[in-house]
Design a protein around this ligand. Structure first.
Ligand SMILES: [Ca+2]
Length: 122
């Protein structure tokens, strides 16, 4: 029983490390964003936690895909090469904002800050 408990804790600890560990390059800020991805950050100017997407996420509040980003996106870098849509509702609903490619990284507009709940490649 004791062994089982320790294994469960160790496993959870390992998963948490994977989720928050920076890349091996120890990049910071916007530089953490891989090419060909849509990157979103919980803080302004590429600070805070990062999540990145190839296709999108219909619900940032569920456990499918990155977690901890729902209503918590303050800056983005669209390196996907495509136009993306961001929404304040889940399932691509509600107020819609558009992110164009090739414009560099930036803070989201004030009206969208900490309000995005779904996003997708168009
Ligand atoms: Ca999700």
């Amino acid at each position: 029983m004791r062994i089982k408990h320790l294994l469960a804790v160790a496993s959870m600890g390992a998963a948490m490390v994977v989720a928050v560990a920076p890349p091996a390059s120890a990049a910071t800020g916007y530089d953490r964003c891989p090419s060909l991805r849509m990157c979103v950050f919980t803080g302004p100017n590429g600070s805070g936690a990062i999540a990145y997407f190839a296709n999108g996420d219909a619900n940032l509040g569920d456990s499918v895909g990155p977690v901890g980003m729902n209503n918590d996106i303050e800056s983005i870098w669209n390196r996907s090469g495509h136009t993306w849509e961001l929404f304040d509702g889940v399932g691509y609903s509600g107020t819609r904002w558009v992110s164009h490619p090739y414009v560099g990284h930036n803070n989201v507009i004030a009206a969208a800050a900490n309000r995005v709940s779904s996003l997708r490649d168009t």
